[in-house]
Ligand binder design. Structure first.
Ligand SMILES: Nc1nc2c(ncn2[C@@H]2O[C@H](COP(=O)(O)OP(=O)(O)OP(=O)(O)O)[C@@H](O)[C@H]2O)c(=O)[nH]1
Ligand SMILES: [Mg+2]
Length: 379
């Protein structure tokens, strides 16, 4: 396991090889595109053995290899937003997830600065590479959320940020000379940190998740779960699930977007475990000769990746190893789609309507209306 990071964030942590990644991706030079001379032993052995003797073999399965190479060349983009009160361990958890300094530690502010803090949204991008697969990871931090005496409407700037990204994407898409690959700044997933009170959700949590779950994939987590006993943790998780249900909050993975019975089976298991009670750490320890990330206390070391200790590994598997593509697909085919249809309908109804920050003149607005016909038919 090795991750190469932008110089600035490079760390030397190197935990055991993740099994999910090794079997899927082999070492390959991404600039290589010569089909006749594959630079590595893959694709699936099945195709190769058929090719030799089987008369009926056509070779359709080679498309997988072509897709793999294209994906390797292009790289991936993932945009994660983190929301929750100050000090809940948001930055630490992002660092734990990507084994590096991806999210900056909060800077201790001077007393004057601390008082009138409003929500300020900060994005930091990192280029991560693992086994030849490149990913541009953007972490969108929302310092100041829920830190005020009156937290009414503190979801608003976050909602606006998410919609602004959809708007930017839409404008790129309807542009006549549109780019071959539209830069994707849409928020694929919003991780919401619930303080480990052990009681129930606060009105702020309910309001935020109700509103935001309609525009983005919400992944709720119980922060600093090492502060809860096992009973408290189970009780808290169950209470939260009931409250989410009672308030009609549909967090990721949403039941209505399961595509088949396989999906349903896998996702039902995840839904039973939500919200994940997580522990984060940047510190590496030596336990029984193995290096691992943990939190050392007087009574022992909490191993963050040990499922007997906390549910960090389940969260990591969901976000990175099993559902990353699905999280992106739902963002684009459901959340963005809802935004797009709504916006294009608005402009269609009133061609002169000026959307928030883009269309400047009526001709352009008409362009949107005309495009609308085409785009909605694609669905
Ligand atoms: N007990 C415990 N402490 C944690 C955990 N994660 C982080 N911490 C500690 O909590 C403190 C705050 O962590 P940060 O990651 O900076 O929290 P944050 O949410 O990013 O805070 P802001 O950037 O101010 O919003 C640090 O001292 C961390 O070491 C955890 O899972 N359990
Ligand atoms: Mg932070």
């Amino acid at each position: 396991y090795h991750s190469t990071l932008s110089k600035e964030y490079h760390t030397q942590l190197s935990p055991p090889t993740p099994p999910g990644l090794t079997c899927v991706w082999s070492e390959v030079n991404p600039s290589h595109s010569n089909m006749s001379a594959p630079p590595h032993p893959q694709p699936p052995a099945k195709g190769a053995s058929h090719a030799a003797g089987d008369f009926s073999y056509v070779g359709i399965d080679a498309i997988l290899e072509q897709m793999r190479r294209k994906a390797m060349k292009q790289g991936f983009e993932l945009n994660i937003m983190i929301v929750g009160q100050s000090g809940l361990g948001k930055s630490t958890l992002m660092n734990t997830l990507f084994k590096s300094k991806v999210s900056r530690k909060s800077v201790v502010s001077t007393p004057e600065e601390r008082i009138p803090k409003t929500i300020e949204i900060k994005s930091i991008s990192h280029d991560i590479e693992e086994k030849g697969v490149r990913m541009k990871l953007t972490v969108i931090d929302t310092p100041g959320f829920g830190d005020h005496i009156n937290n009414e409407n503190c979801w608003q700037p976050i909602m606006k940020f998410i919609n602004d990204q959809y708007e930017q994407y839409l404008q790129e898409e309807i542009n006549i000379d549109r780019k071959k690959r539209i830069p994707d700044s849409r928020v694929h997933c919003c991780m919401y940190f619930i303080p480990p009170t052990g009681h129930c959700l606060r009105p702020l949590d309910v309001e935020f998740m109700s509103r935001l779950s309609k525009v983005v994939n919400i992944v709720p987590v119980i922060a600093k779960a090492d502060t809860l006993t096992l009973e408290e943790r189970d009780f808290f998780k169950q209470t939260i699930r009931e409250e989410l249900r009672a308030n009609g909050i549909d967090v990721y993975p949403q039941k209505e977007f399961d595509e088949d019975s396989d999906d349903r089976m896998i996702n039902d298991k995840i839904r039973e475990m939500i919200p994940f009670a997580v522990v984060g750490s940047n510190q590496e320890y030596q336990v029984n000769g193995k290096r691992l990330l943990g939190r050392k206390t007087k009574w022992g070391t909490i191993e963050v990746e040990n499922i007997a200790h906390c549910e960090f590994a389940h969260l990591r598997d969901l976000l990175i190893r099993t559902h990353m593509q699905n999280i992106k697909d739902i963002t684009s085919s459901i959340h963005y789609e809802v935004y797009r249809v709504r916006r294009l309908n608005e402009t269609n109804g009133q061609p002169n309507a000026q959307p928030p920050n883009t269309l400047v003149n009526p001709q352009q607005a008409n362009g949107v209306a005309a495009q609308h016909q085409v785009l909605t038919h694609e669905m």
